[in-house]
Design a protein around this ligand. Structure first.
Ligand code: BF8
Length: 629
């Protein structure tokens, strides 16, 4: 029997989402929430992490308590080994996603150096020289392309097996590196750690759950301090380092009289080129000839964040809004690269006139139109994509268009460089505010949406609860749009903050939630924490800081959470990963890591309760640093 549909008001806190869920139902279009209901209840063995498909003696599923005795898989693996192996592979998947994205940027840099990437360039030469110098490259008086070539070599080497430590560990406080060396989790090379995790979790290798977990930490550190950090730094060098700017968010950014082209996925390598093509007078003229007033580019998910940070492109929505954007009937084309792109979007697009276009040879979708992007053909292919959007516009049925709300204003662009420049070149004003207790601490709220949780309720709830306690919030990934829609990315949003944070925001003209970029850009968060720790002469774990991912869903989010924890930043999550079938693994995650790396995970779904627990730790950390409340 079909399950009863939940009212849209129970599925999302947003009016634009609720209206589009209703429209999807009217239009007979299936959404992620429908499929979630169909899949519920989920398999308990899988939820606990107690299924194993790693070999062909299985699949196995075990009960840890069957008859009072722990069951074992066919190979003899107990619950702890099975859970740890599954978790290790989960982390490796996330680290691979971010890091392969980072590698794609090295390849673009290589193509630029070799003169084979028309349309791409070094946009921030000063940052190229600064980052290269940090990594030990001689930059004085050298040609920009020579420096870029050396940087490219160092970044490629960070993916290999020849190093003892990846390059950007030069940014990590010495005390932290000592911990990593002692535990044997210093990240050596991105591909090496990921491959070793796959090796360890093959049947008959690492059969000691804590040992597997430590390698998961090492793999995640290779993501945070190499794969992701390379992704961020090279994106800034190639496309420009973000600076504060104004933009808008929600489905109201779609324009009924324009060709609407949404970019979705992660890597700016594609979306920047599509944007550039859409701005060409020739393309605008074609759009006008087709009867449109112009071409409107909007962002979804993390490539949206990338364009928002650097180009001020408006955000149409986050993860759970991607299907609903098409349901407006106003999206002429959705162009995607990779990661977090629901396979369902092909079917959703087929219900309307929307052209669904894939661009990455490693992320093809059956039923989509594939336009293969590479550094040497990106300019040409971007024009092809924009022309497809214009053609689709001509087929649009305006009678099916419903743009559900007006957009809200947001501010964006808070890279570390932008923060420093706003603060007069030094972190001192922020550190002074922290010492004075006006900013009591920091929390980076990162990550996703998940249909298990009412859309954005926890992302927004936690951000509001924390700023009320004078805790400055940094936002990345899909939390960005949530915070933006809630008015938290505007300086006026400080009226929702506590008195200290209100004062700081007023004095600096900043919002209480600062947008720092995409999920790959969580590397900016750990870099900032390391810089603050270095400035204070302490370890990262001594700081009054948290990470949080209230609505996480992806492997990447777990990799981020673990590299934060391993870097000394405790992390709140709204739902546990599939590890609770092993008390050894669960206890390690929730408390054991605290002893090892000075931080651990907190699982608390209620934003207010989570904020209270986080606040207690911030108080304790402030006290230990000799800071008053
Ligand atoms: O990397 S926040 S849903 S889009 S995983 Fe995905 Fe989560 Fe969004 Fe970006 Ni990050």
């Amino acid at each position: 029997m079909a399950k009863e549909l939940k009212p849209p008001q129970e599925l999302s806190i947003w009016e634009d989402a609720q209206k589009m869920i209703e429209k999807a139902r009217r239009d007979g279009v299936e959404t992620v929430w429908d499929r979630y209901e169909q899949q519920s209840p989920h398999c308990t063995f899988c939820e606990l992490g107690l299924t194993c498909k790693n070999c062909n003696m299985g699949p196995c599923r075990i009960s840890p308590k069957e008859g009072g005795k722990m069951q074992r898989g066919v190979c003899g693996a107990d619950a702890h080994v099975i859970v740890a192996r599954n978790f290790g592979r989960f982390v490796a998947g996330g680290a691979a996603g971010h890091s392969d994205h980072g590698r794609d940027l090295i390849e673009v840099l290589e193509a630029i150096v070799e003169g084979k990437a028309p349309g791409y360039q070094i946009s921030d030469e000063a940052k190229l020289r600064r980052v290269s110098a940090e990594l030990g490259i001689n930059v004085d008086g050298r040609d920009v392309m020579d420096v870029a070539r050396d940087l490219m070599d160092i970044c490629y080497a960070d993916f290999g097996s020849r190093k003892k430590e990846v390059g950007f560990t030069c940014r990590v406080p010495e005390k932290r590196k000592e911990i990593w060396r002692k535990l044997g989790i210093m990240p050596r090379g991105v591909d090496r750690e990921i491959a070793e995790m796959m090796h360890r979790t093959h049947m008959g290798c690492d059969n000691d759950a804590p040992n597997t977990l430590l390698h998961a930490a090492r793999t995640s550190l290779a993501d945070g301090w190499a794969g992701s950090m390379i992704g961020t730094e090279l994106s800034d060098i190639i496309f420009g380092t973000p600076a504060p700017s104004a933009s808008r968010a929600n489905l109201g950014v779609l324009k009924a009289d324009h060709v609407n082209l949404l970019v979705h996925g992660h890597n700016p390598v594609v979306s920047e080129m599509v944007l550039a093509a859409a701005r060409e007078p020739e393309m605008i003229a074609k759009a006008k000839a087709a009867g449109a007033a112009g071409i409107n580019i909007g962002g979804l998910c993390c490539t949206g964040n990338e364009l928002l940070m650097r180009q001020g492109i408006p955000m149409a929505g986050n993860h759970l809004m991607t299907e609903l954007a098409i349901v407006t009937g106003a999206v002429d084309a959705m162009v995607v690269d990779y990661q977090c792109i629901m396979p369902s979007l092909v079917q959703t697009a087929a219900c309307y006139h929307t052209k669904f276009i894939t661009t990455a040879d490693k992320a093809k979708f059956t039923g989509a139109t594939h336009v293969s992007f590479h550094p040497d053909n990106a300019v040409k292919q971007a024009r092809v994509v924009v022309e497809m959007a214009i053609e689709a516009y001509e087929r649009r049925d305006q009678g099916r268009v419903e743009i559900p709300c007006e957009p809200v204003d947001i501010t964006t662009g808070f890279s570390i460089e932008a923060l420093l420049s706003a603060l007069g070149g030094t972190l001192d004003p922020v550190l002074d505010a922290v010492k004075a207790g006006k900013i009591r601490g920091f929390t980076a709220i990162v990550g996703c949406n998940n249909p298990r949780i009412k859309h954005d309720s926890a992302n927004v709830g936690l951000a509001k609860a924390l700023i009320k306690k004078d805790i400055l919030v940094l936002a990345t990934g899909c939390v960005t749009t949530a915070a933006g829609k809630a008015g938290l990315l505007m300086p006026e949003g400080a009226s929702m903050a506590g008195p200290g944070l209100q004062e700081v925001c007023g004095a600096l003209g900043i919002p209480p939630v600062l947008h720092m970029g995409s999920c790959v850009d969580n590397s900016r968060v750990i870099q900032l924490c390391a810089a603050i720790a270095n400035a204070l002469g302490v370890d990262i774990s001594d700081l009054p800081v948290w990470g949080a991912s209230p609505e996480w869903y992806s492997e990447k989010a777990v990799a981020i959470g673990l590299y934060c924890v391993a870097s000394g930043i405790p992390v709140q999550i709204g739902t546990p990963p599939h590890i609770t079938g092993s008390d050894v693994v669960t206890n390690l995650a929730l408390s054991g890591l605290e002893d090892l790396v000075g931080a651990a995970f907190l699982v608390e779904a209620d934003p207010e309760k989570a904020a209270d627990i986080m606040d207690e730790r911030i108080k304790a950390k402030r006290k230990a640093l000799g800071l008053s409340e």
